[in-house]
Design a protein around this ligand. Structure first.
Ligand code: HOC
Length: 384
């Protein structure tokens, strides 16, 4: 039951039981042997806290500013495709829950609902950003961006880690046949025999390059954030290109196998930005493998501006609809408040690298995490 879900992993276990096999395969799959997908979780466990004592933590303030907007919480719903595979109402369920908890929602290009349905579901001063897959036909892209800006989106997150689809074998095996969606900006030549992801991704432009950034800057006043940056060199280049932010992300382990976790890249990036005095020139977001508030707090201590959460909210939605996402968000907020108290950091501004021991994370890679450690398997017997 819903009340028996005490953490985000509990929703995942229920979702796995109740979801259609094809839908579960699409949401849960990672690239190749799913080593990066597992590492996204494991990397957080290589960081330990160094809490401070005797700090007044009676009042905890989780508010922060992301892309110039005041936000009451530093995590956001990151973009995930095909929400209707999990729930008949799709992404608007996430919009409603985000409103209840004052959480920012990133609207996916590959949403099941139309952009306008998701934008119309916004209430009050709720903040939404747009995640963009860049179409081979730039006029389609221009229209999407202009429309999002006109309808009040506060940030443009351009996905840059997917010039080609990663190989998600679980999804491919499941012989996906019904997108259950109103996928926007896709082409008509959809091959549905190779899994959901392959079916929806044929319009994406693999020729996208740094040369396109000035064009994006010319068509929008929304802050521009590159989503899927994976090394310090590209973060520095993004600063030079005039981008407002980067998301350190490996696409939930669904694209390049054995790419490093976002949290590890964050530990590489922030010292380099500080060394140059550039940490105020770009906002650094991170996603991948976040399941606990302690994961969020570790990223904030390292210097992240905001932390994206994708699959856990999809699973909560698939398992229990709006009530599920509502409870998942509340559980995370409760965990955050408690852990900020226990760390001795009453506000987001008090979180800093001295509260962490990162030696385990920075010691280099000795090998992949064995799949049975985390109960995750590249070959999923539920999907044959
Ligand atoms: C090359 C296109 O984000 C997923 C979605 C869609 C990916 C499209 C990539 O399944 O990870």
């Amino acid at each position: 039951s819903l009340e028996a879900c005490y953490n985000l992993m509990d929703f995942e276990a229920v979702a796995r039981q109740v979801m259609k096999k094809t839908a579960w395969a699409y949401y849960s799959s990672g690239a190749d042997d799913e080593i990066t997908m597992r590492e996204n979780h494991a990397a957080f466990h290589k960081i330990w806290f160094r809490p401070r004592i005797l700090v007044d933590v009676e009042h905890i303030d989780m508010s922060t500013t992301m892309l110039g907007t005041k936000c009451s919480i530093p995590f956001y719903v990151t973009a995930t495709a095909l929400g209707k595979l999990g729930h008949p109402e799709g992404e608007v369920v996430l919009t409603k829950a985000s409103h209840r908890h004052n959480v920012v929602q990133m609207i996916p290009t590959l949403a099941s609902c139309s952009f306008d349905e998701i934008l119309d579901a916004r209430q009050g001063d709720q903040v939404q950003w747009l995640q963009l897959y860049v179409n081979k036909d730039r006029e389609i892209t221009r229209k999407i961006v202009e429309h999002a800006e006109k309808r009040g989106c506060k940030g443009l997150f351009i996905t840059v880690d997917a010039p080609q689809l990663g190989r998600r074998e679980k999804d491919m095996r499941s012989k996906f046949s019904d997108p259950g969606s109103n996928v926007q900006s896709g082409g008509d030549n959809i091959d549905r025999s190779q899994g959901a992801a392959r079916a929806i991704s044929s319009f994406i432009d693999p020729a996208l390059s740094w040369k396109d950034i000035p064009w994006f800057k010319s068509i929008t006043r929304m802050p521009i954030v590159l989503k899927g940056v994976q090394c310090v060199e590209d973060v520095l280049r993004a600063v030079e290109a005039g981008c407002d932010g980067v998301v350190l992300s490996n696409h939930g382990g669904r694209q390049l196998e054995t790419a490093r976790s976002g949290i590890e890249v964050l530990a590489e990036v922030m010292p380099a930005l500080r060394e140059r005095g550039w940490e105020k020139r770009i906002e650094v977001f991170v996603d991948g493998g976040v399941r606990r508030a302690t994961d969020i707090l570790k990223a904030l201590c390292l210097g992240a501006t905001g932390i994206g959460i994708g699959r856990p909210f999809l699973y909560a939605m698939s398992a229990y609809g709006l009530d599920g996402v509502d409870r998942a968000m509340q559980l995370l907020k409760d965990e955050m408040e408690m852990n900020m108290r226990l760390i001795g950091a009453p506000s987001v501004a008090d979180l800093n690298p001295s509260l962490l021991d990162t030696r385990g994370l920075l010691g280099g890679h000795s090998g992949a995490v064995p799949s049975d450690t985390l109960g995750l398997h590249a070959y999923d017997p539920l999907v044959t």
